[in-house]
Design a binder for this molecule. Structure first.
Ligand code: ZN
Length: 314
């Protein structure tokens, strides 16, 4: 049955977090991490909240961190049933640069280490979100160089993500169904990798049976989206998931990609999103992320929506 999916999932498409202050979130991902803001829009289901997208120069699937900044939302509490760490890839040898940069900027939670044979630097974002930089080969990816991070140090996109679960068996089955293969064990972490995908191809599962469930709030990952190329692959994946018993939403048009959502065993919200049409759909590539873009159904209400959003300090 997994044959309908095998080869279609390319790795991570985007990862979406809940944040507190929009300007703090925006400033960290652009000025501190050196990502490009590639879209400024609103939560399509709640247009009083921004939806900000940060990634490489064009928002290549596998590079895109997104946020819903809810203003004064209390911080979440890390626990089981969520993505606890979002890992970005940086070129081999780049971590010393990042350690110094983060220390100079007062970034919290700096911890150097190794996992699966790769040097890594764990740290926290402004809402306490768990992040890491991992040294990895570029594999054809190039960083955004519009900020002040040198090209040979810049973030290449995601390396992967870590999920913390009370019981990993159901999620492991699902990842296998999606085409992921067991790729190693390091301490409490089990690694899965999708062959033939984009370079954002790793999912680690950390099983902690005694831990309490996460409480969602600012700094929590809302969902993780996996990439497929086009609408045909998207429908095939949806059909296979439904046939396998997963409760999957209808296809939803998110303007920049098509989306389906379903809850993975263990509690993490999964999305499957298409590569097309991409972020240049409604903005010139040179202007990505600069203007507030709204889906067509909200354009008649633009004045009211804009008036309700705090300006973001760029
Ligand atoms: Zn999403």
């Amino acid at each position: 049955m997994g044959d309908a999916i095998t080869g279609r999932i390319k790795g991570i498409h985007h990862i979406t977090m809940m944040a507190g202050d929009a300007s703090d979130n925006n400033g960290f991902y652009t000025r501190t991490l050196g990502l490009r803001r590639i879209k400024k829009t609103v939560n399509f289901d709640a247009p009083e909240v921004y939806h900000l997208y940060f990634g490489d120069g064009t928002g290549t699937p596998g590079s895109v961190m997104t946020s819903f900044p809810f203003g004064g939302m209390p911080r979440g509490r890390r626990g089981t049933g969520e993505v606890t760490i979002t890992e970005f890839a940086v070129p081999p040898g780049a971590l010393d640069y990042w350690s110094e940069r983060f220390a100079a900027r007062g970034v919290a939670g700096l911890t150097e280490g190794m996992a699966f044979g790769a040097a890594r630097l764990d740290f926290e974002g402004p809402d306490g979100e768990g992040l890491a930089l991992v040294e990895a080969d570029a594999r054809g990816r190039v960083p955004w160089t519009g900020g002040d991070v040198p090209a040979d140090k810049g973030i290449l996109g995601f390396n992967g993500a870590r999920m913390r679960l009370r019981d990993g068996a159901g999620a492991a089955d699902l990842l296998g169904f999606m085409g992921y293969e067991l790729a190693g064990q390091d301490g409490a972490l089990t690694r899965y990798r999708v062959p033939g995908g984009n370079a954002a191809d790793v999912i680690d599962i950390e099983v902690r049976p005694q831990d309490a469930p996460a409480r969602q709030g600012a700094g929590s990952i809302h969902h993780i989206a996996f990439a497929v190329e086009d609408a045909e692959a998207h429908v095939a994946v949806r059909t296979a998931l439904v046939d396998a018993g997963y409760e999957v939403t209808p296809v939803i048009d998110r303007d920049y990609f098509r989306a389906i959502y379903f809850r993975a065993p263990g509690g993490v919200l999964f999305e499957v999103a298409t590569h097309d049409p991409g972020f240049a759909r409604d903005e010139d590539p040179a202007e990505l992320g600069t203007a507030l873009k709204l889906p067509a159904r909200y354009e008649p209400h633009r004045d009211r929506i804009e008036a309700g959003l705090d300006p973001i300090a760029d």
